[in-house]
Unconditional design. Structure first.
Length: 252
């Protein structure tokens, strides 16, 4: 029987009081978020969002658009919302999380946490648009530089490159097709985390997240580049953990 689950989470002896739905970056492995669960313990339940065409859904065609993903995930979250929850997304996942938040009815959503991404109105970036317009060796070299892959990757066999970059290419395609539409700001707070040395963002573009919530946005600038959280997830968890405690999630 085909496994078409959008949402993945580790088993828990007792359901934690809060969920954190996590959206991966372009080409990212959603299962990596599950490794955060032991670090959070019983404070919150990590739930990773898995797109069609990835991992257990490898036989499915990739998503048609970022909007289509947001529509479906919002419905999935609504159907499983048995407790208060937060949304977290990194890079392209930040835009997905934002668009999902726009589609959710007020209530159980308590906070949107985004990472490694300028405000939606500045996306897709010129770099993503350029990447989507290039293929073959040019794309492989750009991907190797962006992801910090070994130099040998850029000269690897073309079939190997295509296989390893297939998910990234699909995600770049849907990200490049994103269209920001002006709308009333969210009614939940936004926290933004960006590495100080991230070459793919600019401070002004990050600060514009404040326009997307009635409560503005709280900015965090930890040390690191675009992939700071891979090297030290504590820089994200230190922001998420306080948002999961009782006084932050009481119904107002």
């Amino acid at each position: 029987m085909a496994d078409d689950r959008w949402l993945l989470e580790p088993e828990a002896a007792a359901p934690p009081p809060v969920r954190i739905y996590c959206f991966p970056p372009a080409g990212g492995d959603p299962r990596a978020f599950l490794e955060w669960q032991p670090l959070l313990g019983a404070d919150a339940q990590i739930t990773a969002v898995c797109l069609p065409g990835r991992w257990h859904r490898a036989e499915e065609p990739p998503p048609a658009s970022l909007a289509a993903v947001a529509d479906t995930v919002a419905a999935e979250i609504t159907d499983t919302a048995d407790r208060p929850y937060l949304l977290f997304g990194h890079s392209m996942g930040a835009i997905m999380a934002f668009e999902v938040a726009r589609r959710l009815s007020p209530g159980s959503l308590r906070h949107l946490v985004v990472s490694g991404c300028t405000a939606p109105r500045h996306n897709p970036s010129a770099y993503i648009t350029w990447s989507d317009g290039n293929h073959g060796q040019v794309f492989a070299e750009a991907a190797a530089e962006f992801l910090g892959l070994p130099d040998e990757f850029a000269t690897a066999d073309r079939e190997v490159q295509d296989l390893l970059l297939a998910d990234l290419r699909d995600d770049v395609r849907i990200f490049a097709g994103y269209h920001y539409a002006a709308a009333p700001p969210l009614t939940v707070p936004i926290s933004v985390i960006c590495g100080r040395d991230d070459p793919h963002i600019d401070r002004a573009g990050v600060e514009d997240w404040r326009h997307e919530s009635e409560e503005g946005a709280r900015l965090h600038w930890p040390e690191g580049d675009h992939f700071y959280l891979d090297r030290d997830p504590a820089k994200v968890l230190d922001v998420l953990r306080p948002l999961t405690v009782a006084e932050h999630i009481e119904v107002i």
